[in-house]
Design a protein around this ligand. Structure first.
Ligand SMILES: *Cc1c(COP(=O)(O)O)cnc(C)c1O
Length: 415
């Protein structure tokens, strides 16, 4: 397994393409994704499941580029969507609607109807009111919708509070204690068949113990539901496996986790659904940026670059760490401790703080690492900044898979 990004003769490559070539032809800021890395991560999940009946529904919200979705569809992925817009993207990318599960706490009637029309696999419902709406909309179309209840297993995923979702205080899911009642009442709905049970406890989990705890609680609930006559065919454990953003971190072993999961489910006859996002695309992507200026204020050193929180908001939003490395290594120039900041008029606009890094100069190019998940999808036009281009690398070839936005794009739809 070759790393997707490595230095060759002091020059940073993605697969067999020097990143400086992409930066000079496409400009910066620019996202680059390794197709090989995405495929490899997906295959690791698929292989680990072995003969266990399963469906890997890639969480579209992590990276929704059409070419990324198409690549995963061809590899055999299903999709986990959280909006009508994401369903539109999956369909445009050639994804099979029959492999789509629809998650989210606030689905609108229009979105539910669109998904019914498309014929998705199932809805992960988060309230009885949503079940009632699904029933009414399915009745209008003369359909019976497949659904799962998203329960809240009340386990602490030990991650950043903004991406923990499985505690009692969170808006997500239904209390486990209430689940049996919900399934029993739903039996009277004529146009919804509750055939699944789902959860998602949070994101960027580096320790799988909380996930395993959730799996145990879910399987225990599934057997209680079956004992009461509920006909369950699948159980959906959500996403959440983390990646190593820092060199000293260790990502959980996907294969070991999936094998353990498969053992726990063996003999139940339940199909397993999982919804990984970050662990498939996160490490595949970098954000390329160019150094604009160096400056010193008070006792702080700044590296001012042309990428900002409008391109990558994770450091500002989640205090997250991304390694920042030069496209061309010049060890003789030494190191500096600096804040890496963008042009946006916010003190929160930083990509790194007090970072020991290469002593780069204006004009030099940098790669912000592990930016393939929750990067471009969270980009905005704040400060009227066009969103960056996206490039997909495949071996020694690369192509722009989303053009950089223009000033005209910025005002489209305005009157
Ligand atoms: C965000 C999300 C995922 C994906 O989470 P990752 O941490 O990126 O794997 C899966 N399922 C649901 C319901 C989500 O909200």
């Amino acid at each position: 397994m070759k790393p997707a990004y490595e230095y060759r003769d002091h020059s940073l490559f993605c697969e067999d393409v020097p990143l400086s070539e992409i930066a000079s032809e496409v400009g910066t800021p620019c996202y680059v994704y390794s197709a090989g890395s995405i495929r490899e991560k997906f295959e690791a999940y698929r292989e680990a499941f072995g003969a266990t009946p399963h469906r890997i529904c890639y969480a579209v919200k992590a990276n929704f580029n059409l070419s990324v979705l198409a690549l995963l569809a061809r590899a055999g992925a299903g999709f986990d969507i959280v909006s009508g817009g994401e369903l539109f993207r999956v369909l445009r990318a050639g994804g099979d609607p029959a492999t789509v599960v629809f998650s989210g706490v606030g689905k609108t009637a229009e979105e539910i109807d669109y998904a019914l029309e498309a014929g998705i696999h199932s809805f992960n419902c988060e309230s009885e009111a949503e079940l009632a709406l699904l029933d009414a909309l399915a009745a209008r179309r003369g359909l019976v919708a497949r659904a799962a209840i998203r329960v809240n297993p009340d386990v602490d995923p030990a991650t950043h509070p903004y991406i923990a979702t499985g505690l009692k205080e969170h808006k997500f899911g239904i209390d486990m204690a209430d689940a049996v009642g919900v399934y029993e009442r739903a039996a009277s709905l004529g146009h919804v068949r509750l055939v699944g049970l789902s959860c998602h406890i949070g994101s960027q989990l580096l320790d799988t113990d909380p996930l395993i705890e959730a799996v145990d609680r879910m399987l225990e609930l599934a057997s209680r539901l079956r004992a009461r006559g509920v006909v369950l065919t699948h159980v959906d454990f959500g996403g959440g496996l983390g990646i190593a953003y820092r060199p000293e971190e260790r990502a959980p072993d996907v294969r070991a986790f999936i094998r353990l999961l498969s053992e726990k489910v063996a003999g139940t006859g339940l199909e397993v659904i999982i919804e990984p996002g970050r662990s498939i695309v996160g490490e595949a992507g970098v954000l390329l940026t160019r150094v604009l200026y160096r400056k010193r204020t008070g006792r702080k050193e700044f590296v001012i670059v042309d990428a900002s929180m409008s391109d990558l908001i994770r450091p500002a939003l989640y205090q997250s760490h991304h390694e920042i490395i030069p496209l061309r290594r010049v060890p003789a120039l030494g190191e500096v401790v600096a804040d890496v900041v963008g042009p946006v008029c916010e003190t929160g606009d930083f990509l790194a703080r007090d970072r020991r890094m290469a002593n780069v100069m204006p004009g030099d190019l940098l790669a912000v690492c592990s930016a393939g998940a929750y990067g471009f999808v969270l980009a905005s036009n704040y400060n009227a900044r066009p969103r960056p281009a996206e490039v997909l690398v495949e071996g020694d070839r690369w192509r722009v898979v989303r053009a950089r936005e223009t000033y005209e794009d910025l005002i489209r739809g305005e009157l």
